[in-house]
Design a binder for this molecule. Sequence first.
Ligand code: NAP
Length: 244
Amino acid sequence: MNKVALITGATRGIGRQIALTLAQEGYDIAINYRTENDELEETKKIIEERNVKCLAVQGDVSNYDDCERFVKEVIDKFGTIDVLVNNAGITKDTLLMRMKKEDFEQVIDVNLVGTFNVTKNVVTYMMKARTGRIINISSVVGIAGNAGQANYSASKAGIIGFTKSLAKELASRNILVNAVAPGFIETSMTDVLKDEIKEEIAKSIPLKRMGTTEDVAKVVKFLASEDSSYITGQVIHVDGGMLM
Ligand code: NAP
C-alpha cells in the first residue's frame, strides 16, 4: 500500500510542487484547497498522471471545523496520513503604522492558527499509528524578521516554536516534526514584487538567484523519507545562503 501525504494549500506554487514531488515518490496524495479553480484541476490531473491516487479536499485552514472535516475525509478515503505538510499561507504586507488589526489577525489565523488546526486533527491519527512526519513551511523572515512583514514574520516565527514544541511532545510516538524555512522562491506570492526589487534581492543572495519550488520540494521529500529518520525539531533553511 502506498504511503499517504496531505499537503495544505496545494493548488499552486510550493504546495503544488511538494504534492507532485511526493506523488513521483509513490505517495497517494491528498491536496487541500480553499478555492476551486483551474489550478486545482490542473494539479489533480498532473498528480494522477504519476499513477497514484489523488483526493482533493476543500477547506479553509483558518477554520477549525473545516480542518476537522477534511482530515476525516482523507482518513475515510485512505485510512491513514503518513505525512502532513502545512504549506497554506498568505501575506498582507505593510508597515506597522499602516497595518490594520485585521491584516495582522488574518495572517496569524491562516499561517499559524491554520497550522495548529490541521496538525491537531492529523496528530490524533498519527499517535494511534505511532508513526508520522509533520513538515511545516516557515520562512527566513520568521528567523530574521523583515520590515513591512510584522504579521507574516510573527506567524512564521510562531510556526518554528510550534514545530520545536511538537517535536518534543511527539518524539516518543515516533512522530518527527520539522520546519522548512524558504528564502525568496519564485511563486505567485513573490510575483507581486517589481522586477528591479527581485533583481536586487537575487544579487544579495550568495547563490545569486531566487529559489524554485523544486528547491523547497526536494527538502520536504527528504524530511518525509526514511533518510531523515534521526532528524526532528529542526528548521532547514532553503534560501541560497541568505541566512547563515
Ligand atoms: P502561493 O503561490 O500564494 O500559494 C499559497 C497556497 O495556499 C494557495 O494554494 C492558496 O490557495 C493556499 N491558501 C491560502 N490561504 C489558505 C487557506 N486559508 N486555506 C487553505 N489554503 C489556503 O504561495 P507560495 O509562495 O507557494 O507559498 C507556500 C508557502 O510557502 C506559504 O506558507 C508561504 O508563506 C511559504 N513561503 C513562501 C516563500 C516564497 O518566496 N514564495 C518564501 C518563504 C515561505 P487559494 O488559491 O485558495 O488562495
